[in-house]
Design a binder for this molecule. Structure first.
Ligand SMILES: *Cc1c(COP(=O)(O)O)cnc(C)c1O
Length: 469
């Protein structure tokens, strides 16, 4: 399986190189040259199988070579989840289900991709006798998921940058309480944007980048998308696929999760429709409605992981919708850089609308969804899930088709917003009870590139050992 850039000006690479590289050198995103297919009989055969087995079957379609190593990795990655089904379905109404994606070690759906990605990367690096230093800027969930997944990995040093004092206690502790010395939490005296700007600057500093063998694990990494396609298969099959179509409502910001569903559909999973659910940071509903992609200022909401106005993975959908022609993608990105917006051709828009509808939930609707769900079913949802529940309630749907709402975080990860909405403060699961008393290790640094680089140079094993020729 070869991977090509959405902008058509970077070399085609194999899966391992794409996983280790992240962004293509022409600024584009890597996608498989063709979508691999899974036939209906194979999909039907997923019924009742362990999650890790289905993950191996689905992800193997994106990788060249044998599956023995991959099977070991998927089992290792998902054995640590706190539910035997890994991503169980909970029924809320006659044909409405919640897909719980928060049974991983950091209670957020990012664990599903990050746990597998860490094993894939470490394995590939060990074969090549290479090390890497991963730097992640995080506003909360990604940092914790990366720390848990990469703690103790032999070939990888991980540095997470988070804005000092601007993440929740639970989120901070998930980043600062690892006892493994390949993990380094840095609290930056600044905002999340400062953290992101620092990472960008480090990637542009060639000498530093090469010395520490810098790499990234953000949501544009295709291995994360492949890992996320898995739970669409698992959920749909549990509800009768491939004999019956299912609809999905997906809370998303960066479009990673929704795009993973699209990938599952492209591979052959019969899906009725994907509904993109955003908070008031609604670039995706606006682009589908108007054909104009135009980022605005970010408004802080109760669902902070979706406070995004640049949906990176949208570029992948656009590439497909433009008949896989990189020229319109390049034009669009140039227009975006120059005039902060671009238009999508009518034909491409029609293609997108064949798969996706989209809507936003206002803050009062999100709070009402938390309250109403609790009152009517006794079930507590987090604010990100509530955005999707609110959108699912607003849309017109065929009552004969099951709707699956993706639940991306455990309510206890956002206790203040949940309590404010419904008066009940969700509690962390018992197995996380010691989080509040664990020893924290964190370095506070100014938002200064040189200070951060110097700190990383001291701790990166890749830098200390020198780069092999
Ligand atoms: C990251 C995140 C999302 C959004 O994921 P996308 O990659 O933007 O689709 C939604 N909910 C939670 C809790 C998250 O952590």
């Amino acid at each position: 399986m070869r991977y090509i850039s959405t902008r058509g000006e970077a070399p085609a690479l194999g899966f391992i190189d794409v996983t280790l590289t992240g962004l293509a050198h022409d600024g584009g995103l890597y996608v498989p040259e063709t979508w691999p297919a899974i036939d209906a009989a194979t999909v039907a055969g997923f019924a009742g199988r362990p999650y890790a087995d289905v993950a191996c079957e689905v992800v193997s379609r994106f990788i060249a070579g044998g599956t023995a190593e991959l099977a070991r990795m998927t089992h290792d990655a998902y054995d640590g989840f706190r539910h035997p089904a890994v991503t169980p379905l909970v029924q809320l109404a006659p044909n409405t289900f919640v897909l719980e994606l928060f049974h991983g070690p950091t209670l957020a759906f990012k664990d599903l991709a990050m746990q597998l990605l860490a094993r894939l990367m470490d394995h590939a690096l060990a074969l090549r006798k290479e090390r890497t230093t991963i730097v992640v800027a995080t506003s909360g969930d990604t940092g914790g998921a990366a720390v848990d997944a990469f703690s103790g990995r032999a070939q990888v040093d991980l540095v997470v940058l988070f804005p000092n004092g601007r993440v929740s206690d639970v989120q901070r502790r998930m980043m600062t309480t690892s006892d493994r010395d390949n993990v380094h939490a840095i609290a930056i005296e600044g905002t999340f944007d400062d953290c992101q700007a620092l990472v960008k600057a480090m990637f542009s500093h060639t000498e530093f980048r090469d010395r520490v063998r810098l790499s990234a694990v953000n949501s544009i990494n295709f291995a994360r998308i492949a890992a996320q396609a898995v739970y669409y298969f698992v959920a749909a099959v549990a509800l009768g696929a491939p004999h019956r179509k299912v609809a999905f409502t997906v809370p998303t910001g960066n479009f990673g999760d929704a795009f993973a569903g699209y990938v599952a559909a492209r591979m052959g999973l019969p899906v009725e429709r994907f509904t993109i659910a955003t908070n008031v940071n609604d670039i995706l509903p606006r682009v589908l409605a108007t054909g104009t992609y135009e980022p605005r200022e970010v408004t802080p909401t109760a669902s902070p992981a979706m406070d995004i106005q640049i949906s990176s993975n949208f570029e992948r959908l656009m590439f497909d919708a433009c008949g896989r022609d990189p020229q319109p993608v390049r034009n669009a990105m140039a227009a975006l850089a120059q005039s902060r917006r671009f238009r999508i051709a009518e034909r491409a828009l029609t293609q997108m609308r064949a798969f996706f509808s989209a809507d936003r939930a206002f803050e009062d609707e999100t709070a009402a969804a938390i309250r109403t769900t609790r009152r009517e079913t006794g079930y507590l949802i987090d604010p990100h899930t509530a955005v999707a529940v609110a959108v699912a309630e607003k849309e017109s749907r065929d009552p004969a088709i099951p709707t699956v709402v993706l639940s991306t975080a455990h309510p206890a990860k956002f206790p203040d917003a949940v309590e404010k909405a419904c008066g009940i403060r969700p509690r962390l699961p018992d197995w996380l009870a010691d989080l509040a008393t664990k020893h924290e290790r964190v370095t506070v640094l100014p938002a200064d590139q040189r200070a951060v680089e110097n700190h990383i140079l001291v701790h990166s094993r890749a830098a200390r050992e020198g780069v092999p020729a």
